[in-house]
Design a protein around this ligand. Structure first.
Ligand code: GCW
Length: 726
């Protein structure tokens, strides 16, 4: 920080962090800078315009969140404008005024008509004053100022015009959260980007700079909650020693508007409290949780709450004691209620003892509890009824529990879409689910439910299973950053388009050159559909190999839990394939609203991308295209492989236009993606042909190897599953 004399009197010149000015910045930082790697605006005329409009800043308050915002704004402006940004003490001498509405100079508020933007919203507006036009960034709360700072910088990063600037924005969804399936030993369940960034061993003493950059990145997209530990929970996370470590992160994240949450292992009263039961109706158990709540809030007054996976995939829960999810959730809710904490209870439940269609079980378990949960309970429901497949219909619980606030849970980490090796731009998947109408009420989409409808309260949320790890670029695949970014932007506003979000991310992270932007968007926007086609086309699902879920395993049928076997889902035989979920089968369709079910109940009119999700059909079923189902299946697999070939060709056309490291990194991953897409096509079609006995369709490249070869492949060290030493 230095002081210089200028025509406006003494000003302090913000000596910003040295920012790399070249487009190679993501090269220099290896992607560590994410979408916040501010670099000088390339277009001279825009640069001049920005300097005039924003070159002097008045931002007087110095509370914690404002301080974070000031640092970000001045460093960002200095990098984007190529230096010379001045912070002035006199508002009359500032081109840009940044202050809460109640702290703006009277002369300014008269010029700025207020708009309803709520406690987290912000207003950025160009106003005309007698001394020329100024830009005002204001909000009712400090966090709104911080969100507004990131938005203003994004306007410059994406080369937007400032003339007539008028942005009034606010988050539509109350809870915008990341869920880290991070284990306390720093392994990450379904993580493909290195280890957990939470170094529990050195916390609370050692504050890794990465924690602050994590908070910056998440605040820049409006994330306001993070669950630090795996839903396959470890009770140790609730011990006094760990809570001290969590407190350090909570203190660091607080100015960024991010609350911390933890996962609660339901048996903790036994493992930590020495009780002989975890029965939620046992007064000793409730007392234990009440004491734990007091302990947590004594350290972290604004602790967000507890996320619970109970009686699911072996996790302990109330049903171990003959109690219900409702009784378990409400007991925890009573413990947290005095502190304003939330209990987020996951609806991802299915039983190995229940022979009914796995896709129906959560609905059956939870719908009877509608409206019975404590006001501070939220139900967290995966977007689809099975398990984060490349494509699923929406979960039938959405809209079926109108008096129960819900969070929609997405997976940002690509457990089923190619790990951190395949490029699959997930905001396309998120957008498809969020825009889907449940038909339980006018316009009741998943996006509306995440916003809080139809409970009438703003108590919804969006939860994303994080793809973040210790890899230098945070996400392994460079384009995994776009999935994290896009999740955050959709949590801020579920009506945004995945295309617009993708364009923002490319412009901020790679650059504004239209020769690059167009082709990159083309690759991103077709990539998720490509994965669906080369892995599980036409509504097929859950065909992956056991445990690690790496690669195809449609032949798997020997697992103890029937609903873990791929053959349970495709039900292929010599005559037919698919899962009948209509009235002639499991009747899972009956759990949806009639208006929704109508679309899918008739195989003749069912959208083909859901055909084998809802129907079991003969190989010679005639598709609208005129092909038989068998032919269509092979051609879809081929279409997926050809789509990756197209992505690769487009990428190769960008050689020389992208930072060399990025070009090579993604190029190698696309080569692997093509090889694995061919592997998926070949293994699945070879297996299905062993049932249909039909010749491969014209236009489909025949498998490169025998079915026995594909069945022989084993990957004991595939990433993302916790070493099974316990
Ligand atoms: O997709 C499955 C994963 C498990 C995960 C589980 C869940 C954390 O294979 O690794 O466990 O879902 O959502 O709880």
């Amino acid at each position: 920080m230095g002081l210089i004399k200028s025509k406006w009197g003494w000003v302090c010149v913000w000596v910003a962090m040295v920012n790399l000015m070249t487009a190679q910045v993501s090269e220099a930082t290896g992607g560590y800078g994410l979408w916040l790697d501010y670099r000088q605006v390339a277009r001279p005329e825009l640069l001049e315009h920005y300097r005039e409009s924003l070159g002097s800043v008045w931002m007087p308050a110095n509370r914690a969140t404002i301080g974070v915002g000031r640092k970000e704004l001045l460093a960002g402006l200095d990098a984007l404008l190529g230096g010379g940004v001045q912070e002035v003490m006199d508002p009359d001498k500032a081109a840009l005024l940044v202050a809460r509405w109640d702290e703006l100079p009277p002369g300014i508020t008269e010029q700025t008509s207020w708009e309803p933007i709520g406690p987290e919203g912000f207003l950025i507006k160009e106003i005309k004053t007698d001394t020329g036009s100024r830009t005002v960034l204001t909000a009712t709360e400090d966090i709104g100022i911080l969100y507004g700072v990131f938005r203003l910088l994004r306007e410059l990063q994406t080369n937007r015009e400032l003339d007539g600037l008028h942005i009034a924005d606010f988050p539509r969804i109350a809870l915008r959260m990341l869920n880290h399936w991070d284990n306390l030993d720093r392994t990450v369940e379904r993580g493909y980007a290195g280890f957990s960034i939470w170094n529990w061993h050195t916390l609370p003493g050692y504050i890794d700079p990465r924690y602050r950059d994590y908070a910056r990145a998440n605040a820049s997209i409006g994330i306001n909650g993070t669950v630090l530990t795996n839903v396959n929970a470890n009770a140790q996370a609730l011990t006094p020693a760990f809570l001290k470590k969590v407190q350090a992160l909570a203190d660091l994240f607080r100015p960024y508007g991010i609350k911390v949450y933890l996962t609660a292992r339901f048996s903790a009263p036994m493992e930590l409290g020495g009780l002989d039961t975890a029965d939620p109706l046992d007064p000793r158990v409730e007392a234990w949780w009440q004491g734990k709540a007091r302990e947590i809030y004594g350290l972290i007054p604004d602790f967000g709450g507890l996320l619970v996976k109970a009686n699911s995939e072996g996790q302990p829960g109330p049903q171990n004691y003959g109690r219900t999810h409702l009784e378990g959730a409400n007991m925890l809710a009573r413990a947290l209620e005095p502190f304003g904490g939330l209990v987020i209870w996951r609806a991802f439940v299915y039983s190995e003892a229940d022979p009914t269609d796995r896709a129906k079980q959560a609905f059956t378990e939870f719908v009877p509890f509608n409206g019975e949960f404590h006001p501070n309970v939220r139900l967290q429901v995966k977007n689809g009824p099975i398990d984060f497949q490349p494509r699923e219909p929406i979960h039938p619980l959405f809209g079926a529990m109108p008096d129960t606030p819900m969070l929609v849970e997405f997976q940002i980490t690509k457990e089923y879409l190619g790990f951190a090796t395949h490029l699959a731009y997930l905001p396309k998947l998120f957008e498809e689910a969020l825009d889907t109408n449940t038909h339980w009420g006018q316009g009741l989409t998943l996006g509306a439910i995440a916003e809080g409808a139809p409970t009438g309260k703003r108590a919804g949320g969006l939860a994303g299973v994080s793809n973040i790890g210790t890899d230098l670029n945070w996400t392994g695949h460079p384009f995994g950053q776009a999935d994290w970014y896009g999740f955050g932007r959709l949590a801020w506003n579920p009506s945004l388009s995945s295309r617009d979000i993708g364009e923002e991310w490319v412009r901020m992270t790679i650059g504004n050159d239209p020769q690059v932007l167009g082709p990159l968007l083309e690759i991103m926007l077709r990539s998720r559909e490509a994965v669906v086609h080369y892995m599980m086309p036409l509504g097929l699902h859950h065909l992956f190999d056991t445990g690690h879920h790496y690669g195809p395993g449609p032949w798997v049928s020997d697992l103890s839990r029937p609903e873990w076997n791929p053959v349970y889902y495709h039900q292929a035989d010599s005559l037919s394939i698919g899962f009948d979920r209509t009235a002639t089968g499991s009747n899972a369709l009956s759990q949806y609203a009639p208006g929704f079910a109508r679309t899918y109940s008739d195989p003749e009119t069912c959208p083909e991308e859901y055909l084998l999700w809802f129907h079991h059909l003969p190989w010679d079923f005639r598709m609208p295209s005129g092909h038989t189902l068998w032919e269509a299946l092979g051609l879809k697999y081929q279409e997926g492989v050809d789509a990756v070939r197209g992505m690769l060709r487009t990428w190769e056309g960008l050689e020389g236009s992208l930072p060399k490291g990025l070009y090579q990194d993604v190029g190698m991953r696309l080569q692997i993606q093509l090889k694995e897409a061919i592997w998926w096509k070949d293994a699945c079609m070879a297996y299905f042909q062993s049932h249909s006995r039909l010749p491969y369709p014209e236009g489909m490249e025949p498998p490169l190897h025998s079915l026995d070869y594909y069945m022989s492949l084993e990957f004991p060290n595939a990433p993302g599953i916790r070493p099974r030493w316990d």
